[in-house]
Design a binder for this molecule. Structure first.
Ligand SMILES: [Zn+2]
Ligand SMILES: [Zn+2]
Length: 163
């Protein structure tokens, strides 16, 4: 399961017991690790840091109090950026960093766009066959015919009104 930086990864007690806390801000604390924290992440995987709860809390608070400004990859403004993935590229796609307004705007856009993408996925599962094409053309012809009939009717009605 791919992660985003800052998340807590699932780890068995056995795995945690094999690591001691790496500490926060290079300060090795050496206590037994209690959490597996996701570090740098790219499409190949994530780096993990083992920490005790105390150090992790300190780290989270440190970043809350000292937000680092970086360039948002979407609007190019200096801002507090958060990691996100492009839903189109899936959970193993690259991690992008963007400011919160850009991420919410993007996610909103994606939600609106979703039905189209789902349709595209359906097409992938079932390739478009010549029969589908023939059916589609027949449907289109039928629709055209109905539209012509409607147009004709509208013309006659407007003629009747004019008289
Ligand atoms: Zn610690
Ligand atoms: Zn932005």
């Amino acid at each position: 399961m791919p992660y985003l930086p800052g998340q807590i990864a699932t780890a068995s007690n056995q795995e945690l017991s094999q690591h001691t806390c790496e500490g926060f801000d290079e300060g090795h604390c050496g206590k037994p690790s209690e959490l597996k924290v996701v570090g740098e992440t790219d499409s190949f995987g994530s780096e993990f840091h083992y920490m005790c709860r105390e150090c992790h809390t300190k780290e989270v608070e440190h970043y809350k109090e000292n937000p680092t400004l970086e360039t948002c990859e979407r609007c190019n403004q200096e801002a507090v950026v958060r990691p996100y993935r492009d839903p189109d590229e899936g959970m193993s796609g690259p991690v992008y960093w963007a400011c919160s307004p850009c991420i919410s705007k993007y996610m909103e856009y994606y939600r609106e766009d979703e039905p189209v993408n789902q349709f595209a996925d359906d097409e992938d599962d079932e390739p478009w066959t010549p029969e589908d094409q023939a059916q589609w053309e027949a449907d289109e012809a039928e629709l055209d015919h109905l539209r012509d009939q409607e147009d004709e009717q509208a013309r006659q009605e407007s003629n009747a009104d004019a008289q």
